[in-house]
Design a protein around this ligand. Sequence first.
Ligand code: AMP
Length: 281
Amino acid sequence: MTVIESVSKMQDLCLQQRNDGEVIAFVPTMGALHKGHLKLVEKAQDLGSRVVVSIFVNPTQFLPGEDYEKYPRQFQNDVKLLSPYNVLAVFHPSASSIYGTNFQTMVKAGERSQGLCGARRPGHFDGVLTVVLKLLNIVQPHFLIMGKKDYQQVKVIEKMIEDLNLTTSLVGVDTDRDERGLALSSRNQYLSQEGREKASAFYKALQSVRLKVLRGRTEVKELQESFIEELRTVPEASIEYIEFRTQRTFGLIQINISEPAVCLAAIHFQGVRLIDNIEIG
Ligand code: AMP
């Protein structure tokens, strides 16, 4: 496993690999790796003959006042965690090598970026799409592996790939959770041990929404109310959103669930913003 910081070196290596007939599977991350990220690496190993992982805390997807500065950076430990895997290269560029001094061109996310996380973080998905497109142009992977924990992100990237005729195949991987069901996230480090235990109520509430739908209770308003009610067991948690979207087009479901859907929610707890989702049908 080699660590590459230079954009041109990374691009040259990947072009060479492609020309040699290798299949490149790519896992973009912001580092502070945990088991969830490693699941993506395993998927990449299954799909490609060469795996590339990037570790880059992307400044353009953070809004002013968000945790860009304090976002956990644990590069040496990340390399250690990746070392048992069959990873060809870890791409670890600096912000200045990605954006230079006179960067002017951003990708603009469309309808799928509206609402949910996009409502609270205007411009966030423009930053995500811009960096993902740049990384795709550098790594030129056959497969792009992403976690469904960031469901809206997957759907926004899926649309960019379709709209801009990109050739990579997007593969979504199910969310990895701790033993109580809390979705693994680099930001869970900001929670206390007790907080992590309490926060597992979040996924339980989503599971119970799913069960209700499967038992025939398909009315959105009623489901939202039951989710709010369930989370009352954690009075410190405040709900930012709880919404239903269709799996196919990611359109908002306002009244009644009648096709495969996904329930997405964000809560604030102990000063940390947690997101999670559950597919239904
Ligand atoms: P991040 O470093 O948070 O940008 O995440 C990098 C990739 O790992 C994204 O595609 C995330 O969706 C994915 N990811 C993060 N947490 C998990 C998890 N608990 N299970 C599966 N994938 C995850």
